[in-house]
Ligand binder design. Structure first.
Ligand code: SAM
Length: 369
C-alpha cells in the first residue's frame, strides 16, 4: 500500500450521523454496514459515535480497504472489512453470521483516492493507462470498452451514463482513431473527446472529457446494475427501526434509489379500504423530504458535495404501520363528517394539523428532520 494520495472529505457527514443515530444507538449491540467504505471517513465517525456498534465495511477496491484498515485499527475488535461488491451483501452477512442489520450507508461513486491516483485512469487530467476498474482484480477495463464496443453501444454508454450531448460524434471519433491505433491512454482519449466537441461547447460545462470519463467508469464497473440489485437486498436486511442512507452523485443513481424506496413506502392495499390488509402496508417511511442537497458552505469547502443527493428511510413496525392507516382513516371520516350538515359539531373533530398518524407512519414526503 502506497502513501495516501490526497484526502477524502466525507460528504454530508453530520446529516448521515443524525439520520443513523436512532437506529444505531438503541440497543446494546447494533450492526452497521458501510457498503462503500472508501477511506472510512463516514465509518470512523459512526464507530466513534456508537461504541456498541459493529461495522461491516465493504469495498470493491483493495487499495481503499487497506487504507481503511489502517485508519480503523483502534476499532479492530468490532469491525469486519470485506473485499466485495455491494450487491454481494447478503452472502457477506451470511458468511459473517449476521442475519439482520440496523443501519446501512451507500456513499456512491469514486473516492478521491481513486480519482487522484495517477495510475488508475479515472482522471482526464492525468495521463494513465485506461483502466478505471474500482476492483483491479477482475472485470473489463476502459481500454477494452473503447477499443471493442460498436458505435451504437459506445454512443449509448456516453449518452445515458454521461448525459453527453455529443455522444454520437465522440463515438465516431473513437472508432476512427482505433482503426489507426489502439487507444490506451487517458490523455489520448481526453484529447479525442475535446476535438470531437464543437468549439463553442468546449467553453461551457467544465472539462469536455468529464462526462465521457464518468460514463466509461459507470460502464466498466457496472455501477447501476450493482446498485439496482443492492438497494432492495439491503432494505430486506434492515430490522424494524433500522435505517438506510444513500448519497448519490448521478441522476440515474438517485432515480434508482428513489424507485427502490418508493416501492416500500406505499401501501399495496386497495386505496379505499379503511384498514390495511395483512402484508399490504408500507414497510418503510421516508426520512428525507425529496432529495436533500448539501449546503452552500459544504459545497464551497468540498466540491464533491455539489452534486450529492441524499435519501433515507426507516423500516416500520408492520403493526404500527397498520395502526397508522386505521388512525388516518378515522381522521378522514371525522373530517368528512364535519363537512356534512347535521353530523357532529366542528368542536367534535380534532384539529386536522394534529391528527393522529397524520403523515408520520407512511408519509411519502418524509419527516423532513
Ligand atoms: C465515495 S467513496 C466512499 C467514501 C467514504 N464514505 C469515506 O468517507 O471515505 C466510494 C467507495 O465505494 C467503493 N465502491 C463503489 N462502488 C462499489 C460497489 N459496487 N461495491 C463496493 N464498493 C464500491 C469505491 O471503490 C469507493 O472506495
Amino acid at each position: 500500500m502506497g502513501e495516501l494520495r490526497g484526502t477524502h472529505v466525507p460528504v454530508l457527514l453530520e446529516r448521515c450521523l443524525e439520520l443513523l443515530a436512532p437506529a444505531l444507538g438503541r440497543n446494546a449491540r447494533t450492526v452497521y454496514v458501510d457498503a462503500t467504505l472508501g477511506l472510512a471517513g463516514h465509518a470512523e465517525a459512526v464507530l466513534q459515535a456508537h461504541p456498541n456498534t459493529v461495522l461491516i465495511g465493504l469495498d470493491r477496491d483493495t487499495e481503499a480497504l487497506a487504507h481503511a484498515r489502517v485508519r480503523l485499527a483502534r476499532f479492530a475488535d468490532r469491525i469486519h472489512l470485506e473485499h466485495a461488491v455491494y450487491d454481494e451483501l447478503p452472502e457477506v452477512l451470511d458468511r459473517l453470521g449476521y442475519p439482520a442489520i440496523d443501519g446501512i450507508l451507500f456513499d456512491l461513486g469514486v473516492s478521491s483516492l481513486q480519482l487522484d491516483a495517477p495510475d488508475r485512469g479515472f482522471a482526464y487530467a492525468q495521463d494513465a493507462p485506461l483502466d478505471m476498474r474500482m476492483d483491479q482484480t477482475r472485470g473489463v477495463t476502459a481500454e477494452e470498452v473503447v477499443n471493442t464496443y460498436g458505435h451504437p453501444e459506445l454512443a449509448r454508454v456516453l449518452r445515458v451514463y454521461g448525459e453527453e450531448k455529443f455522444a454520437g460524434r465522440i463515438a465516431s471519433a473513437i472508432i476512427r482513431e482505433r482503426e489507426r491505433a489502439r487507444i490506451t491512454s487517458s490523455a489520448r482519449l481526453a484529447e479525442l473527446v475535446r476535438e470531437s466537441i464543437p468549439a463553442p461547447a468546449r467553453r461551457t460545462g467544465g472539462h469536455p472529457a468529464k462526462r465521457t470519463f464518468q460514463a466509461l467508469r459507470i460502464e466498466v464497473n457496472r455501477e447501476l446494475a450493482a446498485l439496482e440489485t443492492a438497494l432492495p437486498a439491503a432494505l430486506d436486511k434492515l430490522t424494524v427501526g433500522g435505517r438506510m442512507v444513500v448519497l448519490s452523485y448521478h441522476s440515474l443513481e438517485d432515480r434508482l434509489t428513489k424507485q427502490a424506496l418508493a416501492d416500500r413506502v406505499r401501501s399495496k392495499g386497495p386505496i379505499d379500504l379503511p384498514v390495511e390488509l395483512p402484508g399490504s402496508g408500507p414497510t418503510f417511511r421516508l426520512l428525507s423530504r425529496g432529495a436533500e442537497l448539501a449546503g452552500e458552505a459544504e459545497v464551497a469547502a468540498n466540491p464533491r458535495a455539489a452534486s450529492v443527493r441524499l435519501r433515507a428511510a426507516e423500516r416500520l413496525d408492520p403493526e404500527a404501520a397498520r395502526q397508522g392507516r386505521t388512525d388516518r382513516e378515522r381522521y378522514r371520516r371525522r373530517v368528512k363528517a364535519m363537512h356534512q350538515p347535521g353530523t357532529g359539531s366542528p368542536g367534535s373533530a380534532r384539529d386536522p394539523r394534529s391528527a393522529p398518524g397524520d403523515g408520520s407512519g407512511t408519509d411519502e414526503e418524509g419527516e423532513g428532520t
